[in-house]
Design a protein around this ligand. Structure first.
Ligand code: IMP
Length: 426
């Protein structure tokens, strides 16, 4: 099957956008299957920088079809903003961007709830309303794109939803209630934005698969933020792991030909939650500065630390990752010494397992292996030209993780990429 899933194997922000963009030249269709506009996928091409939150970054290539699947939660205004950004850059997404008729909408009250609970004591969400939108989906109080024209349904569900929302906003958070009239007056605008691109994307995608088209499944966030396999409850509310592809797009398990995991050469995390290799010192600061580690969606400084082979092994296992690409390799240039966490020590015992419980993960003392640093990898596009110490780092990580690193990014530009192996789309 000529299709590939591109997923983050850490806590998000691994640089998936660059590889989706690079590989989209070899694909016909690019799909998002989970998350919402909490994501921030950055592409630097032709000297220009584009940041996507909702639309698959493959949209930059003019002949590609892009799909926002039913598993994505859609804020219509965020979609409109991105459409405007594209049109302003001379890129026409019309007739090649499709949103699922079953995709749930992020309603204004989801954003209010997210903000209120974050202010009280949250997990450091992006405050985009993503978690509440998924909660309401599973509580059978969601509004999908196909529901926008169904007046009775809308009326009943918005009333039900606001009963819940306002009880929480007013009683728990001492905030103003959300008025039904304010919500309902947005519906015509939502329809204007969504109507032109809303279709049954599962039917469309299955037809493309039947025709043998090449598909990219673009993951958002990362497996360590997965609702089932991440550092629960410090997670996002969807399934970035490949399981999300099946439910988030309505395709069968055989439609994923290959899983390409993306990792940074080190680790970052935004928001709260355990982070065993975090560097709360000048080394962490240096990585943040050199790697420009600030959230693409929220601008928040990202927490930085050494590469954590224990958590990545867990990610690779639960997502059946076939092969790996490593980004931001050049950020590690010029360090005298680089560390990689090979095992965890928990309550005095060493383990190679990633704990299921966040409190246990919080108690981890990382066991490190040290590597000699190297001068410069920045901008190098041929593996053989990398310094020996850099090649050692890559080889040892491959051994530790039991997986091949087929691509390496040595700079933000799409050209600053080392390709060492073939992918299913080649
Ligand atoms: P939410 O997805 O906005 O609900 O946030 C839940 C957690 O996921 C928070 O720790 C966020 O910082 C994190 N998160 C959400 N989206 C991203 C992303 O695209 N990159 C990195 N972290 C993310």
């Amino acid at each position: 099957m000529k299709s590939i899933a591109i997923i983050g194997a850490q806590w998000g922000d691994e640089g998936k956008g660059k590889f989706v963009h690079l590989l989209s030249g070899k694909a016909d269709v690019i799909c998002r299957y989970q998350g919402g506009n909490n994501a921030g996928h950055t592409v630097v091409t032709g000297g220009k920088k584009y940041v996507f939150h909702l639309i698959p970054s493959g949209i930059l290539k003019e002949d590609k079809v892009c799909i926002i699947g039913n598993g994505v939660v859609v804020n219509p205004y965020a979609l409109q903003e991105e459409l405007d950004m594209l049109k302003g850059a001379g890129i026409d997404p019309d007739s090649r961007l499709f949103v699922s008729d079953r995709a749930h909408l992020i309603m204004p009250y989801h954003i209010e709830l997210d903000a209120a609970s974050e202010e009280a004591a949250g997990v450091g969400t992006t405050r985009r309303g993503v978690g509440p939108a998924y909660s309401f989906k599973y509580a059978r109080m969601g509004i999908r794109t196909c529901d926008l024209t169904e007046k009775d349904y809308l009326d009943r569900v918005v009333t039900l939803a606001l009963d819940e929302v306002n009880a929480i906003l007013v009683k728990r958070f001492n905030r103003k209630p959300v008025l039904k009239s304010d919500v309902m007056q947005k519906i015509p605008e939502y329809l204007d934005i969504l109507n032109p691109c809303t279709v049954n994307t599962s039917k469309l995608l299955n037809e493309y698969i039947r025709q043998g088209k090449r598909i990219i499944y673009e993951g958002a966030q990362g497996v360590l933020l997965d609702v089932d396999f991440g550092s629960y409850p410090y997670i996002t509310s969807s399934s970035p792991a490949p399981g999300g592809i099946l439910t988030g797009l309505g395709v069968g398990p055989k439609s994923v030909g290959q899983v390409l995991g993306i990792v940074k050469a080190y680790t970052t995390r935004v928001g709260s939650g355990p982070f065993p290799t975090e560097l709360k010192n000048e080394v962490g600061e240096l990585i943040r500065k050199r790697g420009v580690e600030f959230g693409a969606s929220t601008g928040r400084p990202r927490r930085c630390g050494w590469f954590d082979a224990v958590s990545v092994r867990h990610s690779l296992m639960v997502s059946g990752t076939d092969t790996l690409a490593m980004t931001k390799f050049d950020v590690l240039d010029n360090f005298d010494m680089i560390r990689v966490c090979t095992q965890y020590e928990i309550d005095g015992k060493k383990t190679s397992d990633f704990p299921s419980n966040a409190a246990v993960l919080e108690r981890v003392v990382p066991v490190y292996e040290e590597f000699e640093g190297w001068d410069k990898s920045s901008g190098i596009r041929d593996y053989n030209k990398l310094p020996d110490a850099a090649k050692d780092y890559i080889r040892t990580l491959e051994e530790m993780l039991g997986i091949e690193i087929v691509m390496l990014s040595t700079g933000a530009d799409e050209e600053d990429t080392i390709v060492r192996g073939k992918l299913v789309l080649d």
